[in-house]
Ligand binder design. Sequence first.
Ligand SMILES: [Fe+2]
Ligand SMILES: [Fe+2]
Length: 214
Amino acid sequence: MNMSLGKLSPRITSMIHMDHSHVLALSRRYHPDTSPDKKLALVTNACLALEIHAQLEEEIFYPALRAATGADPVLDKSVPEHNEMRQLISRLRHLEPEDAAYDSTFMDLMRVVLHHVADEETTLLPQAERMLGNQLRELGQQMTKRRLQLLRPHAVEVAKTTVQSFPIASAITAVTALLFGSLLMKGLIPSDSLIERPTRRLTRLTRSLRRLPT
Ligand SMILES: [Fe+2]
Ligand SMILES: [Fe+2]
């Protein structure tokens, strides 16, 4: 790897936190009385972001962590949880926003996502910070390259649904976040400024879980 780029690249753990934040921000904008067009934009954007995020973790993050830690119960259930998300995403794509099951299916998806994110942020990411120290930025660079490959065929859809999902200033930030690797690598965005303090973040996660209708 090019060492100077490697030093400037954000840590993979920071990138994972940012992806989680993006999906959680989308879920907070979804309400039962949201218009069908906006529901569709929010769900389209969230599903695509989740699919790409899961693939990046499975190709780059989980193997690196497994090589460092060996068997781990939280890591072992990560891919099955991604597959549960994929099933719910597929179900959502066969529904219309006006369908009675649309809201409950999206809430089911977010319930799985929130539990999964809580496990990653309380267990896997701190483990990675401890055990992958010197590799974190190199892995971040690999993730950025792969993300851009995976996003390229969906660039128009991502830009359109992000603008429909957020107020314009936030949408610009969100599109930037999805493509953030290159900007962070150029030092235009300080990566640490985009990550909430862990305790504040866990409080928000817990509140989000409580707010989901049963
Ligand atoms: Fe994740
Ligand atoms: Fe994950």
